[in-house]
Design a protein around this ligand. Sequence first.
Ligand SMILES: *[C@@H]1O[C@H](CO)[C@@H](O)[C@H](O)[C@H]1NC(C)=O
Ligand SMILES: *[C@@H]1O[C@H](CO)[C@@H](O)[C@H](O)[C@H]1NC(C)=O
Ligand SMILES: *[C@@H]1O[C@H](CO)[C@@H](O)[C@H](O)[C@H]1NC(C)=O
Length: 799
Amino acid sequence: MGTRRMMILQKRQVLVFFVLLGLSRASTESLHYSVAEETEIGSFVANLAKDLGLGVAELSSREARVVSDDNKKRLHLNLLTGDMLVSERLDREELCGSSQPCVLPFQVVLENPLQFYRAELHVRDINDHSPTFLDKEISIKIPESAMIGATFLIENAQDLDVGSNGLQDYTISPNSHFYVKIHDSGDGKMYPELVLDRALDHEAESVLRLTLTALDGGSPPRSGTTSVLIKVMDINDNAPEFAQSFYEVQVPEDTPVGSSIIAITATDLDIGNYGKISYSFLHASEGIRKTFKINPTSGEVNLRSLLDFEVIQSHSVDIQATDGGGLSAKCTLLVKVLDINDNAPEVTISSITKTVPENASETLVALFSVRDQDSGDNGRILCSIQDDLPFILKPTFKNFFTLLSEKALDRESRSEYNITITVTDMGTPRLTTQHTITVQVSDVNDNAPAFTQSSYTLFVEENNSPALHIGTISATDSDSGSNAHITYSLLPTHDPQLDLSSLISINADNGQLFALRALDYEALQTFEFQVSVTDQGLPALSSQALVRVQVLDANDNAPFVLYPLQNASAPFTELLPRAAEPGYLVTKVVAVDPDSGQNAWLSFQLLKATEPGLFSVWAHNGEVRTSRLLSERDAPKHRLLLLVKDNGDPPRSASVTLHVLLVDGFSQPYLPLPEVARDSTQEEDALTLYLVIALASVSSLFLLSVLLFVGVRMCRRARASTLGDYSVPEGHFPGHLVDISGTGTLSQTYQYEVCLTEGTGTNEFKFLKPAIPSLQLHDAGSNVQEKENFHNSLGFNIQ
Ligand SMILES: *[C@@H]1O[C@H](CO)[C@@H](O)[C@H](O)[C@H]1NC(C)=O
Ligand SMILES: *[C@@H]1O[C@H](CO)[C@@H](O)[C@H](O)[C@H]1NC(C)=O
Ligand SMILES: *[C@@H]1O[C@H](CO)[C@@H](O)[C@H](O)[C@H]1NC(C)=O
């Protein structure tokens, strides 16, 4: 069963089987020291530094200590000199009793790395005790008929010292009847025996008083005395007799006080007073008298105090039966104490490390010893710790164990271990002692701080207030203390265009990001930069993340009209031939909005016109077209007010004023533009104009009728070839939206030339160049709605 159990235990790695008793490994490297008992405290024993071959500095740096098996501080190690000194009164008799030699084992423990030296201290005996007799007076009754040469045992003296300091000799005071002889009982004790030298006579001398002296062998010797009172008795024929000369009883150590352990009887054939037996202990030590008592009449032996197997395993008690006449008999009672598992194993921690750094592998956590005072199975000890911990137990020597961490620990997964050392003996019932060691794992900066995201996108409305909190980045560090104390910072950007420090600031403590100044979407739509987070470990660890800031557009720009120019002192006037078909393209308003998206979707709207219903504006592209045929009754000058509006919330708008002049084909006299522009004199101008027209109509009637034929023919030709040379049809021009695709530059320059083939030197014509000569827009990202604008107003003055 033992071996099977051992195999199971071996599997469990951490469980170590250890037999306490009977284990004494031969030590080759033990140090031996010797000191006399009762040496003064502080006396020099040895220089450990010299004996171990170590420097004094090393002794102190490695925290050398002297650890005794029972954890008593008998020796002190002076770390400054390496001297080992006596630090407690050493009483050999108290430490070892009668056993010899008196050797106290101890260990010298060095840390970093852990090292042990075994050592022994031999406590030498000095003659500090005198022999003593337990009784001040010993009384013996001797019948007068005693033969010459008869011997009488006397109570022995006791000397606590051992060896030559122990009891050596007895002498008796000078007298004429007795001399003393030393009787060696074989158990190491020396009993004095009185030997009768000359016959006694009760009638002549009934009482003798002698002095017995015990001497030890010390130098100088010490002595003790007792007085012996000898009563000379009348004759008594028969001595008492024990049934057996030797009795043995086994008594469990937990037998209660007062229990009877045996009753011994003797018989005496005499009658009367000479046959009356009384029992007593003979040569009983003080220990025996304290432990047992005997009933003088019944011979029953009782326990006077508790037995303790761990102190004394057996007691040998001599019992004497004496009759009334003084004759006696002796027997021996051997009381064997049976061990009971009454002592729990003990754990003594000699050295402990409460904090282990998490990156340290195989670190010594504790050095401890175990012991159990019981014997046999009651003293066999199993020592174990929980098997789910990264710690192992290793036996070192004798009953010492070390507790080590098995591998590097991880504070982030577990920062504290409660290690319970369980020692159990194999007795019945089993007794268990537990000792818990708490080990803290100290932090090492082995984790870099980590951002919650690898990149962050923040959105900011443009025109924000300065120092606006635009977002927070955050990181965590799983270390502790300053290893987890993190600070945020901006990393310098590599983009030379971006002056990050004037745009963004970061709160180093909590990662809040602030826009330092108002952002302008039209200037900067998006930008990105790196942020860093650093802990305060040694060395510090850091990590980075990307932050992208997107500026959101606000409708902060009104549409801007590119054509017709609104700031010109002399605005353009569009010329419209009266012959124009409905849907004729008069002009096209071109506007842009620097904003984006909805904020840049433009719509056009006719607000006011001199002649409502004549012109219409296409809401989406700004084309102004005629909506019906023109008649003679229509006024020649028209003024249109257009509104350009974006789709923002709230919308922003701009207004455009257009001047349109109706011209009557070739006969329409050209009117200088400034006159048209002068609205205040419009009424007078109109009147003059009508007169001129009327005169011109009448005088030209003939010419017209001549030309009518030619005109009809030309008209037919023009229809056949879509339109005449001078009249450019709108279909030839992409009169719809030109998408600039955000490039900001009109991709084409439109240029048109009109040539009159039959041109004569007298013909005056005014040619208006294309409306948008190579217009450049610089607004990055704005959605430019651009329309090819074609201005084909022609003025003729034919004479
Ligand atoms: C443990 O970490 C400390 C601090 O970072 C370092 O000084 C030491 O060398 C490390 N020990 C091992 C065994 O890695
Ligand atoms: C260790 O024991 C202490 C005291 O009993 C307790 O407060 C602590 O929570 C225990 N720790 C662990 C990790 O069990
Ligand atoms: C009108 O405005 C345009 C664009 O801002 C500018 O280029 C032009 O010089 C201005 N013209 C006058 C006459 O102010």
